[in-house]
Ligand binder design. Structure first.
Ligand code: X8Z
Ligand code: ZN
Length: 620
């Protein structure tokens, strides 16, 4: 995404922020009766020009607010966002006056439709409400970014930031230390609860003004199909991968029981603080506990980075090399000058990684707090996927400068990560030369599954929660209970200790306070395997899918780049078909990829009591 900045997203892309910016003085009044196709075309041209004119200032305000958190930068970002959303509202109303006009060309028709969806923050028209919405949005994101877990008082007061707490989960295997870090991070979010409730109300109001039932329906309307069809699609995809996830959950739970005894599982579920990750969304950090065949060749990228003395610059350069090996361009010099790679020592910043297009014409940046470990390393590949998408579609009119859908945007860099096979990693000296054996295959597959399969239910449930909040099935008096019901139902992950309504655990996950829709990641985790399979085909790969890397293959790179250049100028189904030959999202590629591991897991789990007690909404 483009700078979907604050509100937007992490891949910050223009779409949001960018809310279509129209300069009022240039706006032509469109008389509904007299409007012609030529008027529509001129209107879209004007909107695109206004975006080019206004977007850089909004992006700058947002960039500064995210890389220098304080009350002043929050105010500036909120005000810039307010102006932008007001222009968008006005333009959306004007766009509606062209409905029914005959003879509008397809590109203009598409742009007219895309306009109102170019934000994840549909705002009320009322000026005071709009101002409140953007103020709350900036405040929530700032609170998350500046969040700290403090203990002790006076001189003994000690505060730890998210990164330090994540280190504990990554490195410590002490049950209580992990629980303390996990619970400690969740002390940042109860103060967000009332603001979040208000945010949801205002987003609903803005959505209803546009004719949607609520903000969830508005979010689901961005997929070239009806919101109901889209919801059914996500359920269908989840049903395809659920058995594989359940096999993995059962195996990992067993390993946690081996390590922590009775405390390693709860009613068949995994205790959330024991997965090596603050949100239990990816489990790669507990590789030491779950490695199927220890001693079968090291896959420890973190150790490799240390051994080779990689710093942040070297890590980014290494990722860039993957893209240029495919024939994609080098990153502009300004990228290296203006990005934030490291956490500044003297101020609060939003460390959650993001990629930004600042001006629709090449000022691209990432914002990260890189650490010399595997998580950061693969996240850089992820973020560069957004950056290369921006660069590839920079020649399109701004309204088309976005992913085919938001899941495409999230999937580009991750497709590269799938190409980081043990052979590739060995070729750059980060892991041992891989052995070819069944055991080595299972080890490599498990490593990948701990990120890619573990993530799937998490990717789905975040918006199950928000869709429920928006449509009123989840009310403020059961925000947290509903959250944990979903965590248990989808992930088979649960919490230790009471997580009642004094807490607001959704607020401790970046995308909730930052208002970034999350289904995009679920879609990405399915799609990236479809992309990967197509690039492997283009590269002439034969043999099992998981053995393929397309690193260095120009044909694969050329096909991927062609897809990126299309942006959102046409329905995503068409774009997907051009790359993969199929117009449907489909889990067959991810299932093919993990077929060896799935068979192995079924063998391992034989005789075990897999599964868990699903919660009832009423009781947990
Ligand atoms: O937020 C991200 C990226 C930026 S778009 C770092 N991801 C999701 C998350 O961290 O929750 C990538 C994987 C899922
Ligand atoms: Zn992303």
């Amino acid at each position: 995404m483009k700078f979907q900045i604050s509100l937007l997203s992490l891949a910050v892309s223009s779409a949001l922020l960018l809310s279509a910016c129209q300069n009022d003085s240039n706006a032509k009044a469109v008389d509904a009766k007299a409007a012609t196709a030529a008027d529509a075309q001129a209107f879209i041209k004007q909107v695109n020009q206004d975006l080019r004119d206004n977007y850089p200032e909004e992006a700058a305000a947002q960039w500064v607010a995210s890389t220098y958190i304080n009350g002043d930068t929050q105010l500036l970002a909120a005000k810039a966002n307010e102006r932008s959303l007001a222009r968008l509202k006005e333009n959306t109303e004007k766009a509606a006056t062209f409905s029914g006009v005959e003879g509008i060309d397809p590109a203009t028709g598409r742009a007219l439709k895309l306009l109102e969806r170019s934000t994840s923050m549909p705002a009320p028209k009322d000026k005071a409400k709009l101002a409140e919405l953007t103020r709350i949005a900036s405040k929530l994101e700032g609170e998350y970014g500046a969040g700290k877990y403090c203990t002790g008082e006076g001189d003994a007061k000690q505060c730890r930031e998210l990164g330090e707490l994540e280190d504990v989960l990554r490195e410590s295997r002490d049950y209580d230390k992990q629980l303390d870090a996990w619970q400690g991070w969740r002390t940042i979010s109860p103060p967000m609860r009332a603001d979040y409730q208000k945010l949801a109300e205002l987003l609903n109001e803005g959505s209803q003004e546009l004719g949607y039932a609520n903000a969830g329906e508005f979010w689901r309307s961005s997929y070239d199909m009806s919101p109901a069809e889209f919801e059914a699609e996500t359920d269908r995809l989840w049903d395809q991968v659920k058995p594989l996830y359940q096999n993995l959950q059962c195996y990992v739970r067993g390993k946690l029981e081996e390590k922590y005894g009775e405390r390693g599982s709860i009613n068949g579920m995994i205790p959330a603080h024991l997965t090596g990750n603050m949100w239990s969304q990816q489990w790669g950090n507990i590789w030491d506990l779950v490695e199927p065949y220890p001693g079968t060749g090291k896959l420890d990228i973190t150790a490799g980075l240390a051994k080779q003395h990689y710093d942040d610059q070297a890590m980014v350069k290494r990722a860039e090399d993957f893209y240029t090996s495919l024939g994609m361009p080098s990153l502009p010099e300004s990228f290296f000058q203006k990005s934030q790679f490291l956490k500044p020592r003297d101020r609060d910043v939003v460390c959650h990684a993001s990629a930004w297009d600042m001006n629709y014409r090449g000022d691209v940046r990432i914002k990260m707090c890189i650490q010399p470990n595997e998580d950061s390393f693969t996240t850089i590949y992820h973020e560069l996927g957004h950056i290369y998408y921006y660069l590839a579609y920079n020649d399109l009119p701004p309204l088309f400068q976005s992913g085919a859908h938001d899941g495409f945007h999230e999937a580009i860099g991750d497709t590269m990560v799938l190409g980081m096979t043990p052979e590739y990693l060995a070729s750059i000296g980060l892991v041992d030369a891989p052995k070819v054996s069944e055991k080595a295959t299972i080890n490599a597959q498990m490593k990948m599954a701990l990120d890619k399969i573990a993530f799937l239910p998490f990717g789905k449930l975040i918006d199950q929660w928000r869709w429920g909040v928006f449509d009123g099935r989840i009310t403020p008096d059961n925000y947290n209970q509903a959250w944990w019901n979903l965590r248990e139902k989808y992930q088979g992950v649960t919490s230790v200790g009471d997580r009642g309504e004094d807490f607001f655990d959704p607020g401790a996950k970046y995308h909730v306070p930052a208002n970034v829709p999350y289904t995009r990641y679920f879609l990405s985790y399915i799609l990236q395997f479809q992309f990967y399979r197509s690039l492997c085909d283009a590269a002439g790969h034969t043999g099992p899918l998981h053995t393929c890397t397309f690193y260095g293959n120009k044909e694969a790179g050329q096909r991927f780049w062609a897809m990126l250049q299309k942006g959102q100028s046409q329905p995503w189904q068409k774009t997907l078909k051009e790359l993969t030959g199929k117009e449907e999202m489909d889990a067959s590629a991810i299932l093919d990829y993990f077929a060896p591991l799935n068979a192995w897991l079924e063998e391992q789990n034989k005789g075990k009591q897999c599964g868990w007690d699903e919660p009832s909404l009423a009781a947990k």
